[in-house]
Structures are given as structure tokens and as C-alpha cells.
Design a protein around this ligand. Structure first.
Ligand code: NAD
Length: 196
């Protein structure tokens, strides 16, 4: 029997990159998958920044055994030039949506006594980077929320985890792996804030 036979999985960010790969793998493992994305190319087109509409999304999707929150965005923004609207959008997609989905679906999973919740965070949850204030805050926040959810839901058969990738070649990372930024600041200087 396949690992996810008979399970229904909800995967956000399923139209591209890591989310698409996870959705494909889940299907290979026997799950029925509902993919959600703001772009075409998966089952439900939905803007995860619309936090107030998430309860409606949960109702539409029905019972879910596995939630995998992958959708994420980033845009360069110096901390001292923070634009509140852009900051809030990044927080809504990267932090509020996975937390709301985990809250609502986690409750139903706990009532049924089984569930798996996985959120994709990032190395940015641990290490800051220039021009990434909102992204860094959102990923660190999601790791904190994951710990709380894990403690509350674990006794009810719901395992909650976060996976923090380093660099994965997708359209989001672009050519980061070849950049001076990655080679010098990340690798050679091992993320020392004063770079000495
Ligand atoms: N690529 C990397 O190196 C890397 C490293 C660490 C963490 N991550 C994280 O992995 C996740 C996936 O990133 P990726 O590299 O596959 O990027 P990607 O851009 O290829 O995929 C992100 C997906 O999220 C969707 N999305 C964006 N905004 C949305 C919204 N408002 N509503 C619904 N869907 C929305 C996009 O349409 C896209 O399909 C993100 O959370 C990202 O922060 C990526």
C-alpha cells in the first residue's frame, strides 16, 4: 500500500516550484490532492492574502488529512524603508494563511484523531538577510506557530512540522546560488552581521 493511500491532501502554492513537486509526489503516494494557488495550473484559484476568506476555502475543500502550506512570496524591501501594505501582504500569504489553515483544518483533524500538517518555512526563519525583513519575520513567525500547534494538536493524533529549505532552484530563488551574495555573505562569512 502506498504511503498516502486514501488520504486527502491540501497543498498551497501547488501551481509552481516546490508546491507543485510536493503535490505530484503526494499523488504518486496515493493521495487525492487539492491544489490551491493564486495562479492557474491547479485545482482551486484562490488568493491566500485574503485571510477573511480562508474559512470559506476550508468549507469548500471539505475534510483534509494532510495540509501542506507551501505558497510564499518575497520582495526586496529595506527595513528602514518599510512599506506597510507590501509588508502586510507578505505576512498575510506567508504567515497568516498557513496559521489560519492549520487552525481550522487542525481542529477538524483533531476531532477525527488523525492529521498531518507541514509548513514550508525557510533558512530565513533563522538567519536574517538584507532587504528581507517581512520575509524573515514571516518565516520565523511560522516556525513559532508550528511549535504551538504541535504541542496543542499532537495529543490528538495530529503531527505538526515545519520544513526549512536552504536554497532550491525555482523561480523564487532565481540565480541566487550563483550570486556574490550567496557565495560571500552566506558561505564564506557564515552569516556574520559585520562581515569580518
Ligand atoms: N526556492 C527556494 O530556494 C526556497 C528556499 C526556502 C524556502 N522556500 C519557500 O518554499 C515555498 C515555495 O517556494 P518556491 O521556491 O517553490 O516558489 P514559487 O514562486 O515557484 O512558488 C510559490 C507558489 O506560491 C503561489 N502563491 C504566491 N502568492 C500566492 C497567494 N497570494 N495565494 C495563493 N498562492 C500564492 C505562487 O503562485 C506559486 O505557485 C515558499 O514558501 C518559499 O518561501 C523556497
Amino acid at each position: 500500500m502506498s504511503l498516502l493511500e486514501g488520504r486527502h491532501a491540501l497543498v498551497t502554492g501547488a501551481a509552481n516550484g516546490i508546491g507543485r513537486a510536493i503535490a505530484e509526489r503526494f499523488r504518486t503516494e496515493g493521495a487525492s490532492v487539492t491544489g490551491v494557488d493564486i495562479e492557474d495550473g491547479t485545482d482551486i484559484r484562490f488568493d491566500l492574502a485574503d485571510t477573511a476568506a480562508i474559512d470559506g476555502l476550508v468549507e469548500r475543500v471539505g475534510p483534509v488529512d494532510v495540509l501542506c502550506s507551501v505558497a510564499g512570496i518575497n520582495e526586496p524591501m529595506w527595513a528602514v524603508e518599510l512599506d506597510l501594505a507590501r509588508y502586510r501582504r507578505i505576512m498575510a500569504v506567508n504567515l497568516d494563511a498557513p496559521i489560519m489553515l492549520a487552525s481550522r483544518l487542525g481542529r477538524a483533524m483533531a476531532e477525527r484523531g488523525y492529521g498531518r500538517i507541514l509548513s514550508i518555512t525557510s533558512i530565513h526563519g533563522l538567519h536574517g538577510a538584507e532587504e528581507c525583513l517581512a520575509y524573515d519575520v514571516s518565516k520565523a513567525g511560522l516556525e513559532g506557530g508550528t511549535r504551538t500547534l504541535a504541542i496543542e494538536l499532537g495529543p490528538h493524533g495530529v503531527l505538526v512540522n515545519a520544513l526549512a529549505p536552504g536554497f532550491v532552484r525555482t523561480r523564487m530563488s532565481g540565480d541566487e546560488l550563483e550570486s556574490d551574495w550567496f557565495r560571500t555573505i552566506y558561505v564564506e562569512n557564515r552569516r556574520l552581521p559585520l562581515r569580518t
